[in-house]
Design a protein. Sequence first.
Length: 485
Amino acid sequence: MKILRKSVVLKLWLFMVALVLIIIYFTGVLQTAKLRQLYYNQQLELLTSEAKHISTIKDINEQSMNANLLSTLAEAFKGNIMIIDRQGYIIHCIGMGMSMKNVADEKISVVGHHDLPWKQSDLQSIMQGKTISYQGAYHFLNSDVLTVAVPLNNEGQVTGSVMLSSPLAPIEERIGALQRITIYAGMIGIALATVLSLLLSRTISRPLLKMHRAARSMARGDYSRRVEVKSQDEIGLLANSLNILATELQEKITTLERLDRTRREFVANVSHELRTPLSIIQGYTEALMDGLAESEAERQKYLEDIHEEILRLRRLVAEILDLRKIEAGQIEMKMQEISLAYLAGQVFEQFQTLAEDKQITASLDIAPGSYTLKADPDRIKQVLINLIDNALRVTPPGGQIKVTLTELKDAVQVSVADTGPGILPEEQPLIWERFYKVDKSRARTGGGTGLGLAIAKNIIETHGGTVDVSSKPGQGSTFYFIIPK
């Protein structure tokens, strides 16, 4: 039984063999019964026809009847001919190993003679003009026999009967031959079922085994194995589903690994960003506590540095919380009709004084068009502040920045260009990552947390827009975002 549970090939073979045997068995039984009845009916019709034919022979029931004629007739259909008179006494009985000629004087009754099936009631029915038949064992001849009795008519009167008996052995031989053919057909069917089951089972089991190996590989963490799909049936669909599962699992595992790596990097970056200002605050505080500040001006300088680092910490924490909430979809955008041109003008004015202090030329260029769209004004303002602030940080004195608004077909584009050092091509995809800073040397002096661009990217994408950068080293950078109207 264990092998049955483990082998699809054996199960399929047993099923097909059982199916062939059941079909052949019931077909053989039905065919045998039908053909046996057909043969019996044909033989009965033949005997009845022969008996009626013999009954028409003139003086057939006379004792002087030539027995040679009856012998010839009996030999013709290999049976027995019995002529009886009106009282049921045998006149002639010839054929099937019996030869009783002209025995009417002996008064031998057909009823009970040598286990013949005839009864007195049968004789009465025959004398009334009816045809009687029997089928069954004839113990005297040790054989199954089919017997027919027809009345003898003479000038409208029934004067006796002609009884014909024929052995059923030839019919049974035909039935036996048919049964042997059925058995041979069953053996051939089993052979064909074996071949077909082997071919079919190999067709089924091969892809199943491949799917098994692919599943085992996935269990071991290898999602690269694929099952070749050659059919569109249920097995082909299963193989295709397994391939899709492997692909999706590989993508999800890769995503989880990337998220885990990002999480570790995030924790490490946050720890680094927090450690530095805390160390500075600790150092200045200890200096004040130890009385290292020799003058009021020096003490005030220490306090200003501490305050600056505290503000940096607050800004860092606020940006981290903002980024996490935006990414988790926990911040609800307060969408409303706004004028992007008006909003950009407001933010630009806030930075004009800072630009003048840094000796940077700042300009705002708004092309003719409609800049009304649905957006969260506070979040869009946050993006503009971040981009303009970054441009001012990287632009040296004597440089310039330019804010440009352009109306597109179904969207609005805002770009902030600077004349700073530019960004290397290999670094451009990385600037949108958390805590990434192009200029590592300005990590402390610039005041940036490395989260501004990541937040800006998430805000613009939440609005259904896109954000990107165009830059060449030594030729400045242009940050731009596009928001659909």
